[in-house]
Design a protein around this ligand. Sequence first.
Ligand code: ZN
Length: 417
Amino acid sequence: MQKEPFNRALLEFLDVSVTPFHATAAMKKTLVSAAFKELHEDKPWNLKEGEKYFVTRNDASIVAFTYPKQRKGYVMIGAHTDSPCLKLKPNPVLKQCGLLQLGVAPYGGLLMNPWFDRDLSLAGRVSFMNEAGELCEEYIDFKEPIAVIPSLAIHLDKEANKNRSVNAQTDLVPIVTCNTEITLERLLFSQLKEPSPTQLLSHELSFYDAQHAAFIGLEQEFIASARLDNLLSCYVATRVLCNVSNNDAFLMVCSDHEEVGSESTSGAAGSFLESVLKRISGDFESYTCLMRRSLMVSCDNAHAVHPNFSDKHDANHAPQINQGVVVKVNANQRYASSSRGVSAFVHAAARIHEPTQTFVTRSDLGCGSTIGPITATRLGVETLDVGLPTYAMHSIRELAGSDDAWSLYNILRELKR
Ligand code: ZN
């Protein structure tokens, strides 16, 4: 695969992956087209050497792996499918000032200000009863912009440019229509394939920016999109799995709920990956040996040094866009990287002449975390944290470099155990 088609397919992936459900479906599709076979957690597995498999949980997390004859240790690539967003409340309908609005709850560490004045669409999972009285489930995506959160005009808030704070309960309520007669049921049922839904039972929907991913910059140096954190890594991981030999032991895990702490059935702190690895291993002895011989590369975005705010970085650990994958180190284990894991990664990069950079947060600033330390704790597997330099993390539209994803893809493939 070449860099140009790789990046074009990345943009397509970003556009269709509007929720963790849609991201998982998109990865599934790519894996199926590369001859991966689907497994189901609730059925017995009969793995055959030389085959490749994937399995999902809650349709929002996915594990894919090769199953070679020689399985001394796996190169595991970890990422997350979720991104900060506005989730629809169970009873969201609000009517005021001649408008119908839908109440939302912020999901994850959302940068709220950028959500004003964007063209918003809605997607996710809908559960309903059909005419036959059966419980049905569908994934929907309005695709078109159907909502907006207008800013308050500066004339009504003279202090707006000083320090406008956002009240998540009252300020961030999307406006959907002037037709206050529309019910939530009617709105959601309009998107279903099922011709005769009778009752809405439950939903898990979120708003997203309808603007498509795009190359930006005089020489298209940048990729601008929603959800770069962490769909960039999900995409790279999927491409790696699809392009390694059947004789190499590779695994990827893309989990939901990282942005809210990973503690859920499908989150990285849950049992999903561990139970897959135990089924791959067969018995406890093999499982323990496999964990001690494997390497987990937790891939999540890294803060690139911002020219307008460069003092927010430690000068010696200030990653730049398009200057290579960032290895993330934290003295207090907010990142899982040890010198052993780091050296394995940097060694692979050096072999193929790919540059790397290092990020350490300023000692007077707090540090975010990733699925890295959680997975290391749960499995006892050597883990390191890496990521692609990114601006505006957790904004509705983030920015990354158009060279870096390709570079990560090449280094990961080089990381054979
Ligand atoms: Zn992330």
